[in-house]
Design a protein around this ligand. Structure first.
Ligand code: CP3
Length: 357
């Protein structure tokens, strides 16, 4: 059993964890979704020699890639290098990542017998390379840099697994949801069971907090989100809370879901860039930390625009207890790493410069 329970990093040593616990910090902690990846030349150097799946399944390589943005930018948190779709492989998905196409699953889930055939996963055996990556990262990270584990949320994972590819326009998943709600819920429950075990194992291997990515749940109306998603998510968060594991949840296109997100039993809510932080705070209330929400395409604008946008977001968040700076979605391929450095500089040094004037 791969267990690492004495945490090296605590809310005392680590600004990200302080914010997760609701502390108000003058300079907020900062990390970026998809901070390790193709926009970094040092990632592309390793990528040229390895397929993406080889990189995810080799702990030494995955550890090195997760550390690349930490070495370059001194961020407040590192995130495990892996992918949300990886645990579907031991469940039975025949997954590949195809150049200029994205994820592809050639045996999608469509029928009750497909759901019956899903294999139970033992993360310690079936996903041991992920846990080894976390153990390596745990040893190598400084005490002030949090280690974030992650997984995909059940709705988002099933949208890829049912469609077999990028899920838009969500016809097959919604068809199952409407026509066979019992089958759909059975699939969600199987995923929830796997995800709980997987995230507990990630925590034991060294993760300080775990984030569930529910990228596609914004295609649900609030009514559907409550009917098909909320309680499944809360069974996962409740079980993680029983282990005292800090939790974060990100959903893209979430503006219409804020009242439902308030009811999630997690510690942090990640917001997309279209949702005003102040408005989200007024609905979600003071009990959760908020994370976000610079538009990733702002990083393609000129420096003075980037700095102004960062200041605008910091101003919106200033009354927030528990706030973590991030983008409203992942860093896009083609982003100039120097623009990422400008964001961090504006967060950490911008306040001081304004005070000096
Ligand atoms: O954030 C990080 O730096 C950690 C690693 C990470 C990856 N994917 C690496 C990756 C994380 C947290 C993810 C999450 C993920 N993966 C999500 C949720 C967040 C989001 O972006 O909405 C989703 C929906 C996926 C599924 C996925 N993985 C797609 C659609 C693709 C292909 C398109 C794309 O963005 O590249 C991937 C591949 C992938 N995942 C890459 C990386 C670095 C690119 C692999 C390559 O080098 O070709």
């Amino acid at each position: 059993m791969m267990t690492k329970t004495n945490k090296r990093r605590t809310a005392e040593s680590c600004r990200y964890l302080r914010a997760v616990h609701g502390d108000k910090l003058v300079i907020p902690p900062v990390w970026f979704m998809r901070q390790a990846g193709r926009y970094l030349p040092e990632y592309m150097t390793i990528r040229k020699e390895n397929s993406f799946l080889e990189m995810c399944t080799n702990p030494e390589i995955a550890c090195e890639i997760a550390l690349q943005p930490i070495h370059r930018f001194s961020l407040d948190a590192a995130i495990l290098f892996s992918d949300i779709l990886i645990p579907l492989v031991p469940m039975g998905a025949n997954l590949s990542f195809v150049e200029s196409y994205g994820p592809k699953i050639v045996n999608p889930i469509r029928t009750d017998s497909d759901i019956e055939r899903i294999k139970e996963v033992n993360p310690d055996n079936d996903l041991s390379y992920v846990l080894k990556t976390l153990i390596l990262l745990d040893k190598k990270l400084p005490h002030n840099t949090a280690l974030i584990g992650f997984a995909g949320a059940p709705f988002t994972l099933s949208s890829y697994w049912i469609e077999g590819k990028k899920p838009e326009p969500f016809i097959n998943i919604k068809k199952m949801m409407y026509n066979k709600p019992d089958s759909f819920l059975k699939l969600q429950e199987k995923l929830a069971k796997m995800l709980t075990d997987y995230l507990v194992s990630q925590y034991k291997a060294g993760a300080d907090c775990v984030q569930l990515f529910d990228t596609w749940a914004g295609v649900l109306s609030e009514y559907e989100y409550r009917k098909y998603n909320l309680s499944v998510l809360n069974t996962i968060f409740d079980r993680l809370r029983a282990h005292r594991i800090p939790t974060a949840y990100f959903v893209k296109d979430c503006s219409h879901l804020l009242n439902a997100l308030k009811e999630l039993h997690c510690d942090v809510i990640g917001l997309d860039w279209k949702t005003p932080l102040g408005h989200a705070r007024s609905i979600i209330g003071p009990d959760k930390a908020l994370q976000g929400n610079l538009d990733p395409t702002v990083l393609f604008a000129d420096e003075h625009i980037i700095r102004a946008e960062v200041r605008r977001i910091l101003a919106e968040s200033c009354s927030n207890d528990g706030y973590i700076f991030n983008l409203g979605h992942g860093i896009l391929p083609g982003t100039d790493p120097d623009k990422v450095a400008i964001v961090i500089d504006e967060i950490r040094e911008g306040n001081k410069r304004i005070a000096e004037v």
